[in-house]
Design a protein around this ligand. Structure first.
Ligand code: DAH
Length: 356
């Protein structure tokens, strides 16, 4: 006869039936069910043994056992309902849900530091009257170089390690991944009538990869074309742009430089953010940070828009977004922007603002 957890003796039917209404818990009730009606329960085994009885006794014994089985099942179900109702009562009386408790905090995504930098750059330039303009990342050689006063033979083309998408020999309609956002200048000159101030912020590509270069990075380009624009306007706009972006007024200086698309050209330096000009590691002890290239738009470039530098001059500038972001947020290594380490990224930026 079966012997089950909690019952050392095979269960007697009458005794089992009688004990049910007094069983104290669902667990005890389940033990009894297993001891009687379970796979090796008393009643189950008795039913299995029916076949061994002489046919004359079998029928009566079978009916009796089945009736016992039914009685037990009903008694168990009834007790179970009572115990479950009591259990529910107990839980309702003792358990509490405090609906005023704050929900467990969920990690919230943040904007990538480069996205934040691009937005802050755009906000500063917008204040100065610049509006967004665009140029494609997959660009023709014409817009990336030739129309920017960089004809095919120009030596300055070699400064930019270009990804060419069509063979060098197919000179007509040659495609490149743009190496600079300056293509936005050409596209604006061709489509917008002066006076205008445009900014182009986006991805550029060069075949370069080391500590301070990634094959894809970002630039911001600005161009203002308007009657009476001078080099002094350029100096003023740029120093104001940097004041707005970095949130502090630091001295700037212009150094003569060469760019094919501007004449005269300059590079703009700003006093080092970290040592305020005293000299430190970041500025290599010079006290100055080289921030951007700029100049008066070259007459050959203005000519793309049919403009005359005597009547509608302009200035332009270009800077690396990563460089501006590294200086503003104190990021020591360019590659951190592209390696997607959560620990690094979580330090920056606000949570994305839900669209209105
Ligand atoms: N396109 C230049 C570069 O990639 C940056 C630049 C310099 C842009 C002078 C300009 C500019 O518009 O006037 O190095």
């Amino acid at each position: 006869m079966g012997r089950v957890k909690g019952y050392t003796q095979p269960m007697d039917f009458a005794q089992a039936l009688q004990s049910i209404p007094a069983l104290p818990s669902l667990a005890a009730l389940e033990d009894l069910r297993v001891a009687t009606l379970g796979l090796n329960g008393t009643l189950t085994l008795q039913l299995k043994e029916l076949g061994a009885l002489p046919p004359a006794e079998r029928k009566a014994k079978g009916a009796e056992l089945n009736q016992q089985k039914q009685q037990l099942a009903e008694a168990i179900a009834a007790r179970k309902a009572v115990l479950e109702a009591a259990e529910l009562e107990r839980r309702l009386a003792t358990e509490r849900v405090d609906i005023t408790l704050p929900a467990p905090a969920q990690p919230v995504g943040k904007l990538h530091p480069l996205t934040v930098a691009k937005e802050e750059i755009a906000a500063a330039l917008k204040t100065l009257g610049f509006v967004h303009a665009y140029g494609p990342e997959l660009e023709t050689d014409d817009y990336n170089f030739t129309k920017l006063n960089l004809p095919h033979h120009h030596p300055a083309r070699q400064d930019q390690d270009t990804f060419y998408l069509t063979p060098w020999t197919a000179l007509k309609d040659k495609y490149v991944l743009r190496t600079q956002t300056s293509n936005v200048q050409v596209r604006s000159l061709e489509t917008v009538a002066p006076p205008f101030r445009v900014m182009g912020i986006g991805r550029v590509f060069r075949r370069d990869y080391d500590l301070t270069h990634t094959p894809q990075f970002h630039q911001v380009e600005g161009m203002m074309v308007e009657e009476g624009t001078t080099f002094a306007h350029m100096a003023g706009v740029l120093s104001e742009f940097l004041r707005l972006f970095f949130g502090q007024q630091l001295k700037t200086r212009l150094r003569p430089h060469y760019f094919p698309f501007t004449e005269p050209s300059a590079e703009l330096d700003m006093q080092c953010l970290f040592c305020k000009g005293g000299g430190c590691k970041v500025c290599k002890n010079t006290g100055w940070l080289e921030l951007l290239g700029c100049g008066m738009v070259h007459r050959n470039v203005l000519a793309v828009g049919g403009l005359n530098p005597e009547t509608t001059p302009g200035f332009a500038f270009g800077a690396g977004v990563e460089r501006l972001a590294m200086l503003k947020y104190g990021v020591p290594d360019l590659r951190l922007f592209y390696e997607s380490h959560g620990q690094f990224l979580r330090q920056f930026g606000q949570a994305p603002v839900a669209a209105a």
